[in-house]
Write a protein that binds this ligand. Structure first.
Ligand code: FES
Ligand SMILES: [Fe+2]
Length: 465
């Protein structure tokens, strides 16, 4: 008979021989800080949704009218617009938005459309002194105030002081620039709930966007994000990681009253309860190292009593210290080796882990509920000497391009994301062509998906904005 679950760190109904996350980290050589030992209530009622929510143009239209205009979305990174006049075009669902640094420490956002006859003002990221429409030359200052109208005499109806580019709200946190099209939306600080507090003690916060891999995925934006917020798919999609991937020990947190934020804590160096054989620590380490470095990789022998995760955490601290020139020797094993992953409703994921200096953003492809754009952000620490940051490397991949073929990721990691993008496309095909049964979600391991749909349902019940 299974032991009664420890309800202080898991739901009472959990029934798995795999250890709880909090038990995994309890004896770590470098103990975890309070932000990692926290556990929160997980029950969310929303247990099923009609599959049409993933496939139907009508539901995508509801999202477009009611949800996307009201939510805070990551538009870009501050370092993508370092100088006054730098602009990023963010193709937000339903609106093209121009993000502009208009003063050294001020960022504004405008609808990317001319107030004359509607021309798109910027087609791509650029750097300008003034914002000039390419059609007839109407021009605005960087703060959105009107600068010039060619043949001004021909527009008696224009009142210069009121002819301001249409503002979109801007919020800033952690180097991310967020936008919100709803003038009445609550401030970003409220929207983000406990996220800033959870990142306040993260020592690797001074980073820049080194690389962005942008790939079109043949799946709805929700299919995509949902495929990344649970570890339950490890056995089906990433079976190579079952000996050490920690899927069955992952902790999932949602917080009462916090409708936008959730997280999981996925331990490294713990075998899955779906792996058929019991492994000793050396075998766990062997599997982990061979997935990363190849089948013939030499694996060090673990000293008596040392766990695989202890070894992996120390190896990570040392490798990242060497790569970054920073001292991570005091960092906890959990923060070094585990996947500590947060999501911000609706479409953003951010890791707080040394091993995973990543963020993800998923946006729907216009007029196509069966496709989304996956922006994969890869961060590096800023140079300690304050020297200028290298420009972000942009890699663009089409629906049929593979991560591993692009060379943009180490081979083992490219394989993981290829498995994900192939799996997501297969899931979307099944959703689209598979009859009318509802989609259902597990109580615990898919609680973050329930949480997403609970919040989404609240928005789509609102009137169009
Ligand atoms: S449409 Fe922009 S100046 Fe005419
Ligand atoms: Fe995956």
């Amino acid at each position: 008979m299974p032991q009664a679950a420890d309800t202080r760190t898991t739901p009472a109904y959990r029934d798995s021989p795999a250890p709880l996350y909090q038990d995994v980290i309890k004896n770590d050589a470098h103990p975890a800080p309070p932000v990692v030992t926290e556990y929160s209530e997980t029950a969310i009622d929303c247990s099923r949704v009609p599959r049409s929510q993933y496939t139907s143009p009508d539901f995508a239209r509801l999202e477009l009218e009611r949800m996307w205009p009201r939510v805070w979305q990551v538009a870009c990174r501050e370092e993508q617009i370092p100088e006054v006049g730098d602009c990023v075009v963010y193709e937000s669902p339903g609106a093209s938005v121009l993000i502009v640094r208009n003063a050294p420490d001020e960022i504004k956002a405008f609808y990317n459309s001319c107030l004359h006859r509607g021309m798109k003002l910027c087609m791509q990221d650029t750097s300008v002194q003034k914002i000039t429409c390419p059609f007839h030359g109407f021009t605005w200052n960087l703060d959105g105030s009107l600068a010039h109208v060619p043949a001004r005499w021909d527009f008696p109806q224009i009142e210069d002081a009121k002819f301001h580019l249409r503002d979109v709200r801007v919020g800033r946190w952690g180097g991310f620039v967020f936008i919100n099209r709803d003038k009445n939306a609550k401030p970003l600080e409220d929207y983000l709930g406990n996220l800033p507090a959870h990142f306040a003690s993260w020592p690797r916060d001074s980073v820049y966007l080194a690389k962005m891999i942008r790939k079109t995925i043949n799946a709805n934006w929700k299919t995509c994000i949902e495929g990344f917020v649970e570890s339950y798919h490890l056995s089906g999609i990433h079976a190579q990681a079952l000996p050490f991937g920690g899927d069955s020990s992952t902790q999932y947190d949602v917080w009462p009253g916090n409708e936008n934020i959730s997280r999981f804590l996925e331990p490294t160096g713990v075998q899955s309860d779906q792996y058929p054989n019991r492994l000793n620590e050396q075998q766990v380490l062997d599997a982990a190292i061979r997935v990363v470095f190849g089948r013939d990789a030499e694996v060090p022998e673990l000293p008596e009593g040392v766990r695989a995760r202890t070894f992996l955490a120390e190896a990570t601290r040392q490798a990242m210290s060497a790569a970054d020139g920073r001292d991570y020797s005091q960092l906890s094993d959990a923060e070094a080796a585990d996947a500590m992953q947060y999501s911000v409703f609706p479409n953003f994921i951010l890791f707080r882990s040394l091993t995973y200096p990543y963020a993800y953003r998923f946006t729907p492809v216009r007029d196509n509920p069966n496709q989304a754009v996956f922006d994969f952000f890869i961060f590096r620490p800023k140079p300690a000497d304050g020297s200028p940051l290298p420009e972000t490397e942009l890699v663009e991949l089409g629906p049929e391009d593979s991560y591993s073929g692009s060379g943009a990721l180490p081979p083992w990691l490219g394989q993981i994301y290829d498995q994900d993008s192939t799996g997501l496309a297969m899931c979307q095909e099944g959703l689209r062509d598979g009859g009318d049964a509802d989609v259902i979600y597990s109580s615990y391991q898919e609680v973050r998906i329930r949480h997403l749909h609970q919040t989404l349902a609240r928005y789509v019940a609102m009137p169009p904005l």
